[in-house]
Design a protein around this ligand. Sequence first.
Ligand code: GLN
Length: 534
Amino acid sequence: MKQPAFIFITGGVVSSLGKGIIAASLGRLLKNRGLKVGIQKLDPYINVDSGTLSPYQHGEIYVTADGKECDLDLGHYERFIDETLDKNADLTAGNIYQDVIRRERSGEFLGKTIQVIPHITDAIKENILRAAESSGADVLIVEIGGTVGDIESLPFLEAIRQFRKDVGDVRTLYLHTTLVPYLEAAKELKTKPTQHSVKELRSLGIHPDIIVLRTKQALGDAIREKIADFCDVEKSHVIEAHDQSSIYAVPISLKKEGLDDRVDKKLGLDTAPPEMGEWQAMVERMEKPEREVTIGLVGKYARFEDAYLSISEAFVHAGGDLKTHVNLRFIDTGSFDMQAPGDALSDVHGILVPGGFGPRGAEEKIAAVKYARENNIPFFGICYGMQLAIVESARNLAGLEHANTIEADPKTPHPVVRLEHGQEETSAFGGTLFLGEDACAFTSSSRIEAIYEKSDIEERHRHRYIFNLDYQHTLEKAGIIFSGKHPARGDIKAIERDDHPFFIAVQYHPEFLSRPNAPHPLFREFISHALSQE
Ligand code: GLN
């Protein structure tokens, strides 16, 4: 079997350069050249997993099929390359250090002094090789989080420097991404920050093969030449990444710049140019909508839209398929008036209550569910959204006063959502959730079964609490149809109502499985119903 090749993506000048989108876009181009592509993110922060990071700081927590809580870039990777990544695809400095310290404690290093070089760097390299192996990739793209020059990044940069020595020049490619700012006063694009960043990278022993430049203005020939000269790369290896109207247009624009071609040649991959016709048609559908709907998303982090990134993207995918622009209105529970839900929701065509945690904002979400139910507005609940939809029916239709999830009210007289049997309330913060792919079987002739067009599915989860089956009968009388459950354990995964145009809620996170080229059926159906409200 041919040995895999490795592309290392670093970033300089500023953070939030969109390295993740560039990595994902290059991944798509290489996939369309017929290669098996894997992508891995190495994050220099010390947190052991991303699950406990505040969504305010890092945006959404993405979950892999095998149940790792990850950086949101993993979502971009999966959406762009349409491959299922595993836990090896996301690694933090905390993971590495924890593992090395565990091995040291168990005597594996025979009393040696444990140092960044070689122990931490070796562990990083082992993890890169493991990701290549577990993905079976021809090409593994490795994105290094953070910005060159950060103290935290140093062990990672040293590891990838050594990597080229280990596996050889032919099989490694360093791609550095920077920003070329446009100075309004001088009416000029500035290359100096790029020069400095490349100088910094070279001082660490990494000589970039390709430089990708984020820019708002087209780079002229002179700028390309200057960067080629000062940064010592070939002019054809200076690639422009012009701002695009949609992230899904980035692969097309990078192809025009010849990025995949340069990568192919440098790594000796010997593949043919990619066929991007279908992708292009998909982007055009997204960019030329014929209709428009507004969806109200009622959430605790709604002031920070990245916290719901996969949901937003799932709407872009479903909207593209239906030639519909989905206006996602983020409604923060902090400013949502429960007494007058119509103020924020009277003109929306659909209401979504997403995943969430803790008591804050729960009552507001329950009020939003009630408003959707009573006004026949299409309602879609995800995870906490399903649990709170159950609470709403329990209180307002089954007469269970003060019914609640024990997460929001541990003393509720009617704990309609509770912990799993045998599980204790825990104060541990990380690693205590039910995570990853799990099976769900739909009741025959349920609405959700018709939407999926099958009765047995797998979806990704991230939750601790479940519906309390003691209340099933009472709530069925109140009109809830329990239409999806785990085929063996019987825990509830999906509910619906048949006295409403569209009222569906699920315990899992369908947004993680939506792809631009394959929208998720639940999002698609939700938008179809929202369209009929226009
Ligand atoms: N907080 C709820 C639970 O842990 C829902 C989780 C979620 O919405 N992701 O069960």
